[in-house]
Write a protein that binds this ligand. Structure first.
Ligand code: PEP
Ligand code: MN
Length: 351
């Protein structure tokens, strides 16, 4: 249930409404917008009569929302969430799409990682990605360098100023990861690890959730709802493809339509990962372009200094030269999109 307050509602009136909700055994989340203040009611709505709330002073309207995700929905929070990092980089809303690049996993050759990081910086990518804790299908595959890998990422950040995105697999590792990472990534396989999601709701670093290989958009949004409802509003969604019947030509089916759909129903930033989405390096450029045109707030893809010898996901990683070439194409397109956005805004003003 969403309660939209009158534009001139007083603080006392808001407090009276939130107390009423609490007295009926439910939680309220207040969203103070530029124009209107909105209160989302979370809990079993059977306990409460919307007509009684509508009659309270200062209440404009009471809307029942059918979707189970409430806090990540645009109904509760009409403005886009824009996440601002301490170095000024922003993601979300009308901000310029950002690129997150790096190897699938951080490997023991630091020189390789720093080569990628330097190239990323040169090309204007603000984020360096790389897994130190790796979720591998086989227990015999490389599992990641763990803390050593995090130290390498932090060292690369020290030299280049790039922000670090890295995966968290277990609640036990959260405090360690918070020491090193700027964004904690929840991998596709952990999208419904509810204990992990709840714990990530209690940290003050942005969290990026990747779509589960068989998750619906609703389940994807509910995963984000877990983090936001536990207190962390800074969530980035990442579409990375879903499993389907045809894996002959691509590893997954990259759901580009998820981008405008999520932008329509949610205020959270949504980025796209064409590496995991396709499993093929030649598909990074065309699918990345498609994602940007569809409105993605960023792209994440894999870049390795020597993909033929990568410890994981080499086939979907670009080498440094290919990365520069593809990124020139992305940057050009991003410039155009930016121009078009500005144009649209000017047109709106002229309506
Ligand atoms: C990754 O980003 O390296 C990764 C393991 O991705 P996913 O969880 O989407 O498979
Ligand atoms: Mn990978």
């Amino acid at each position: 249930m969403i309660i939209v307050m009158e534009q001139n509602a007083t603080k006392e009136q808001m407090d009276r409404v939130t107390k009423y909700i609490k007295d009926h055994g439910m939680k309220s989340y207040v969203h103070k917008g530029d124009l209107l203040n909105v209160i989302a009611v979370i809990g079993n709505e059977i306990n409460i009569n919307p007509e009684n709330i509508a009659a309270l002073d200062g209440v404009n309207t009471v809307k029942k929302i059918q979707e189970p995700y409430k806090l990540v929905s645009r109904i509760t929070h009409p403005e886009d969430t824009v996440i601002t990092f301490p170095n000024g980089v922003k993601i979300g809303g009308d901000e310029k799409p950002v690129l997150m690049v790096g190897p699938c996993s951080v490997e023991k050759d630091y020189e390789g990682l720093i080569k990628v990081a330097r190239a990323a910086k040169e090309m204007g990518c603000p984020f360096l990605r790389g897994g130190a804790f790796k979720p591998r299908t086989s227990p015999y595959d490389f599992q990641g360098l763990e803390e050593k890998g995090l130290q390498y990422l932090a060292q690369a950040r020290e030299e280049t100023g790039l922000l670090v995105v890295t995966e968290v697999m277990d609640t036990m590792d959260i405090s360690l990861l918070c020491k090193y990472a700027d964004v904690l990534q929840v991998g596709a396989r952990n999208m419904q690890n509810f204990k992990l999601l709840k714990a990530l709701g209690r940290i003050n670093k942005p969290v990026m959730i990747k779509r589960g290989p068989a998750a619906t958009i609703k389940e994807f949004l509910l995963a984000a709802e877990y983090v936001v409802s536990n207190g962390n509003p800074n969530v980035i969604l990442c579409e990375r493809g879903v499993k389907s019947f045809d894996s002959q030509f691509s590893r997954n089916v990259l759901d580009i339509a998820a981008v405008p759909i999520i932008r329509k129903v949610s205020h959270l930033p949504i980025i796209v990962d064409p590496s995991h989405g396709t499993g093929k390096r030649y598909l990074i450029e065309p699918m990345g372009k498609a994602a940007l045109i569809a409105g993605a707030h960023g792209l994440m893809f894999e870049v390795h200094h020597d993909p033929d010898n990568a410890m994981c996901d080499g086939a979907q990683s670009l080498n440094i030269e290919q990365f520069k070439q593809v990124t020139r194409v992305f940057n050009k397109l991003i410039g155009r999109i930016d121009y078009d956005n500005k144009n649209n805004k000017n047109n709106k003003k002229n309506d």
